[in-house]
Structure formats: structure tokens, C-alpha cells
Write a protein that binds this ligand. Structure first.
Ligand SMILES: *[C@@H]1O[C@H](CO)[C@@H](O)[C@H](O)[C@H]1NC(C)=O
Ligand SMILES: *[C@@H]1O[C@H](CO)[C@@H](O)[C@H](O)[C@H]1NC(C)=O
Ligand SMILES: *[C@@H]1O[C@H](CO)[C@@H](O)[C@H](O)[C@H]1NC(C)=O
Ligand SMILES: [Zn+2]
Length: 575
């Protein structure tokens, strides 16, 4: 397609239409099986304001769909001859349409499970926290685990919760409540007892058991220390996890998300097996029984790279139109909120703490080297400035060992970057997979933990990354933040944290089309799905979202819009 760039948009439409039979197998098949020589669309979408995310034709008003794929896109006169017997028409009455959103970072089944647990997201007072737990425990069988999460201590001033807040009201039920970032959780005293955590339990590698001044565990466990308790929580049944997928998919569709990248394991200490069990018990089941509603690209724990490689050899990357095997994921550091993201300078509120490296570096290097050598895509979680530099250095070493190739290494979060680091993403062709909505709460927290100046220089550098030609992919990290691409797009455009009036680091705001691209075409490239997804282009899958607005200009200025309808493969999937 390089040649097209120098041609005008109108020629490109003609050219790509002419090339289509050569490029698209489905189309060829249609031509062969069709008795007449003319192809008839299943669906004609007309009278819209369609943003395509395709640089060769950024806007169109009509689109023809056949067999779930886009046959042609342009103005009405260019698609009308594809109408025929049985063609449905969707008149958009001027509404704005965008490609189906790709959320580049979710934990889908975990999120679906959390939808029916104690929901502590947004709780901003200690007594409300306690009240929610009390309500939830009322109807529970004695002895069963009360699970929940989403709490954020920054919303009530920073004080960390401790077991004694809830011990009185939960004497007979062990409790586990994870923090919104998944890097910390609160156990009540019964849960600590069941897990055998006492004054004498040592911190595991890569984790911390929080203690009071007397050396007694408070109930808070950080990063890999969480697994001390988690290993005692009974497994969620397969049935529950299947329901969670269905619930989560509906939630995603409601927000215009038609594809997610599922990073699987939620935090460093979580079981390696979980992603594989979800793959075989939930995703494969859903695919075979026709329950898949959104497309997923799956990442697996890097420790299991050879298992993924075997699978890819057997099945290929594309199991069906719904399930793509992505690559492998590992963790470099923890999170800012839990003071475990790795920085060059210490945390202001903990002057001896620089954060932690949660995966031993030689082991991480070995695994990355092997995964990459075998052709798998590699993705590593890095939040602090030092963690990001360490991973970029390591990626450089791996490239020099394994040779140049289109490998699209990813860094998940890339949240705080030292001066000069943003440019390295473009130079080294690294994907920055970022979650704009995290900045809504992180702004205050980053300023408190890093200081105004460091926070200002380093945080969520969307514009600098794009200016350096980085591949920028947006997502939510659901259930850490809600799945909400339109909300995130506005956040990236405005950068106004909760309770603030002005932008935080206004020079790093980006434009609507840049934010949309990070949720569509650039997200698709970031997991090698751009052949099928990411833009409304001839031959690609017809996943699109109809927005409530009919004014692109207003949308571009305000960043506000809501989802009116979501289509997957040319079929209405929401509402
Ligand atoms: C429709 O689009 C085609 C190709 O882009 C262009 O040549 C033609 O002039 C357009 N027609 C109208 C009515 O805008
Ligand atoms: C643990 O430490 C606390 C505070 O120092 C003390 O009161 C308690 O008795 C200790 N528990 C055990 C089992 O040693
Ligand atoms: C990493 O790989 C090297 C070379 O194969 C090996 O000598 C070393 O023990 C490995 N280190 C770890 C931590 O696995
Ligand atoms: Zn995550």
C-alpha cells in the first residue's frame, strides 16, 4: 500500500477496490460461488460521518459489508451499485461512526468476576468501605470467602486499610479485598490465620507483608506476598468463569469495544495456570459453543512461553475469527499506588523505597530471549522510570542477540518515563500500551509520591511518545479502571484529573484523531491484528461503533460522545 500514499484519496478507493479480488480470499470465494458476476452487499451503511482510522481515506459517508467484512467504503455513489436482493440498509442520519474500539489491556474474565463481587471502586470514606463489606457479608455462609476489590486509599486521603477495620464484622468469613491496581490487597485476621501468616512469616521475594510498629502483620499484602493468601482462596468454578466472560463481553460491547487484548494474569504473584485454564475452560468453550461476542487476543505468562509456542505450531495464531493467540507477558515492577513501581529516585512518602523489580532480571532476560527467538510477541509491564529504561535496555540486547525483525515488543503502562526515554520507544519501535484513565486518580498520587516536578516531567507522555513516532496503544486495564474508550479518549485529550479544573501537563494532551487511532489502528498493529482489524478499510472485519453525536467538530473540540450502537462483523451486537 505504500504506493497509495502519494495518490489522492479518490484514486486510492478505486485502486483498492480493483486490488480487492487479489487481496481478499473471501471476496474471491464470493465471486466464484456467485451465479451472477455482480457482488451484492449484505449491509449498506449510508449517510454517516465515518472516521475510518485509515490514512488513505480518513473519512467516508457509506460502507458496504458482505460476509462480515467491508467490501467497499467511500461516498454513497461509490457503494450504491452493491445494493441488491436482500441487502439491508442502515441509514445513520449523519451520526459519527468509528472503527470498533480495541482495548489493548484488560483482564477480561477477572473483570467479569469482579462485576458480582464487593465493588469498592470509587469508595472515598473509611466508613463507606466498612459498610460495603458489612452489607456483603450479611448474606454469606459462615466460613466462605468474601472477595472484592477496586478500593483506592488515595480517595480517602491515603491511609491504608488494615484488618482491624473489618475484623469485628467478619469474624466467621475470611476476606480478601484487592486494591484497584491489583498490586496490593487486604486480608482480614481470619484470612491471615488460614494462610498461616504471623509475626514470624518472612517477606517472600518480590513482595511485602505490611506490619505495624510491633512487627505484627496489618492484613495488607503487596505484590508477590499476596499469593500467601490467594493460594487458600477456593478456585472459582468453571461455570462462574464462563458466566464472567459473557457478562464482561456484554459490558465491553456497551462501551463500543469489539476486541480486547487480554493480558491474563492480573498481578505478579497470581497463578501461572490461570491464563491457561481460562484459555481451555472458558475461551475455547465459548468459541466452540458460539458464545463469543467480542474478539480477544490472548497473552500468557512468559514463564510458559514454550507451551504457547507448541500451541501456535499446532493451531496457528488465529483459532477463529474470535480468538487470536497473542504472545507472552511478564512483569518488571509493581505499581505507583502500592509504592512498588521502580524509580531512579525514592518515593517522597517513603524516602528509602525506590520500588521493586518483581522478576529477577537474568531470568527475565533469559525468558525474553527465548520467547523472542521462537517468534512470540513479548510484552512487559513497566511503570516506574527505571523499570522502563531497564526493559528498553533489555529489549535492545535481545534485538542484538536475535537480529532485526518486525517483533513489536510491548511495554504495558509506560507510565513514568525519564527525560529522553519517550524518544526511545520510536527509535526502538516499541509499543507503548497505556491507559489514559489511570491519570484521573494518579495525578494527585504521583505528585504526592514523586513531587510536582518529577511528576510533571515524567507522567503519561502521550504527546512526546507520538512525536517520537512510537506505536501508542490505549486501553483500560479493566478492572483496574472501567472499560470506557470514549471516556479515555476524552481523558487523553483533556487530561483533567478528578477534582481538578485545569489540565495536568497540558503539553502532553493529544488530538481526537490521535486518541482514536491509539484505540483502533495503532492498537491493532500493536498485537499484529492490523490485517483484519483496526480500521474501516476494504477487506477488514466490519466492526464499528455508531456514536450519539452527529458533529465531528464538536466531538473533536469537547471529546464527549456516547455509544449508540456497536456492530461486530456487520451485525448489531449492542444494544
Ligand atoms: C464519490 O467518491 C468518488 C471516489 O472517491 C469521487 O470520485 C466522486 O467524485 C465522489 N462523488 C461525490 C458525489 O462526492
Ligand atoms: C505478634 O506481635 C504483637 C505485637 O508485637 C504481639 O502483641 C503478639 O503477641 C505477637 N504474636 C505472636 C503470636 O507472637
Ligand atoms: C540464563 O541463561 C544462561 C545461559 O543459558 C544460564 O547460564 C543461566 O543460568 C540462566 N539464568 C537463569 C536465572 O535462568
Ligand atoms: Zn493489567
Amino acid at each position: 500500500m505504500n504506493i497509495c500514499i502519494i495518490l489522492s484519496a479518490s484514486v486510492v478507493v478505486l485502486l483498492s477496490t480493483a486490488l480487492l479480488p487479489l487481496l481478499n480470499n473471501n471476496y474471491l470465494l464470493n465471486l466464484r460461488t456467485s451465479s451472477s458476476s455482480s457482488v451484492v452487499a449484505d449491509l449498506l451503511v449510508t449517510n454517516g460521518f465515518i472516521y475510518t482510522s485509515d490514512a488513505s481515506l480518513p473519512f467516508a459517508d457509506s460502507m458496504a459489508v458482505r460476509n462480515g467484512r467491508i467490501l467497499r467504503i467511500g461516498n454513497y455513489s461509490s457503494v450504491q451499485d452493491l445494493a441488491g436482493y436482500g441487502t439491508e440498509e442502515l441509514n445513520l442520519e449523519g451520526k459519527v461512526v468509528v472503527p470498533g474500539f480495541i482495548d489493548s489491556h484488560v483482564h477480561l474474565i477477572f473483570g467479569g468476576l469482579q462485576m458480582v463481587q464487593v465493588e469498592l471502586r470509587g469508595v472515598n470514606r473509611k466508613d463507606e468501605f466498612v459498610k460495603k463489606v458489612k452489607e456483603a457479608v450479611t448474606n454469606m455462609k459462615l466460613g466462605s470467602w468474601l472477595l472484592g476489590g477496586g478500593w483506592n486509599n488515595d480517595l480517602w486521603g491515603g491511609e491504608l486499610p488494615i484488618a482491624s477495620w473489618i475484623d469485628d464484622i467478619t469474624p466467621h468469613n475470611p476476606v480478601w479485598l484487592s486494591r484497584t491496581d491489583g498490586h496490593m490487597g487486604l486480608a482480614n485476621s481470619l484470612a491471615l490465620k488460614i494462610a498461616g501468616i504471623t509475626n514470624y512469616t518472612e517477606d517472600p521475594t518480590g513482595g511485602v507483608i505490611m506490619r505495624n510498629t510491633g512487627g505484627e502483620p496489618t492484613g495488607l499484602l503487596i505484590d508477590s506476598a499476596m499469593k500467601l493468601v490467594l493460594s487458600y482462596i477456593p478456585e472459582v468454578s468453571v461455570e462462574d468463569r464462563r458466566e464472567a466472560l459473557v457478562r464482561a463481553s456484554k459490558h465491553a460491547l456497551m462501551r463500543g469495544v469489539t476486541t480486547v487484548v487480554d493480558l491474563g494474569r492480573y498481578f505478579p504473584g497470581a497463578s501461572i495456570e490461570l491464563s491457561w485454564e481460562d484459555f481451555s475452560d472458558v475461551y475455547t468453550w465459548a468459541d466452540l459453543s458460539g458464545e463469543m461476542m467480542i474478539r480477544v487476543c490472548l497473552f500468557f505468562p512468559m514463564e510458559t512461553w514454550s507451551r504457547l509456542l507448541d500451541l501456535v505450531h499446532k493451531t496457528g495464531r488465529e483459532l477463529s475469527q474470535w480468538i487470536y493467540l497473542g504472545g507472552v507477558k511478564a512483569f518488571a515492577d509493581g505499581s505507583l499506588g502500592s509504592n512498588s513501581a521502580l524509580f531512579y529516585e525514592p518515593y517522597i512518602d517513603e524516602p528509602h523505597n525506590y520500588g521493586i523489580l518483581v522478576t529477577e532480571s537474568e531470568n527475565l532476560f533469559n525468558m525474553t530471549l527465548s520467547s523472542d527467538k521462537s517468534g512470540l510477541q513479548v510484552s512487559i509491564h513497566a511503570i516506574g522510570d527505571r523499570a522502563n529504561d531497564l526493559i528498553l535496555d533489555m529489549y535492545e540486547l535481545v534485538v542484538s542477540a536475535n537480529g532485526m525483525r518486525d517483533r513489536r515488543f510491548r511495554i504495558e503502562h509506560a507510565q513514568h518515563l525519564a527525560p529522553g526515554t519517550a524518544a526511545r520507544f520510536g527509535e526502538q519501535r516499541i509499543v507503548a500500551s497505556m491507559q489514559p484513565d489511570h491519570l484521573l486518580d494518579d495525578a494527585d498520587s504521583a505528585i504526592k509520591k514523586l513531587g510536582v516536578e518529577r511528576a510533571q516531567k515524567e507522567s503519561y507522555l502521550f504527546h512526546s511518545l507520538l512525536a517520537g513516532n512510537a506505536m501508542l496503544a490505549f486501553g483500560s486495564d479493566w478492572p483496574v479502571a472501567d472499560i470506557d474508550p470514549l471516556g479515555s479518549i476524552k481523558t487523553a485529550m483533556k487530561r483533567i484529573p478528578r477534582g481538578w479544573e485545569n489540565a495536568w501537563i497540558s503539553s502532553e494532551r493529544i488530538r481526537l484523531n490521535e486518541a482514536l487511532n491509539a484505540y483502533t489502528i495503532s492498537a491493532a498493529r500493536s498485537c499484529f491484528l492490523d490485517k483484519d482489524l483496526g480500521s474501516l478499510s476494504p477487506g477488514k472485519l466490519a466492526d464499528f461503533v455508531v456514536l450519539s453525536t452527529d458533529s465531528w467538530d464538536e466531538f473533536a473540540a469537547e471529546g464527549s460522545a456516547s455509544v449508540k450502537a456497536t456492530y461486530v462483523g456487520g451485525l448489531q451486537a449492542y444494544p
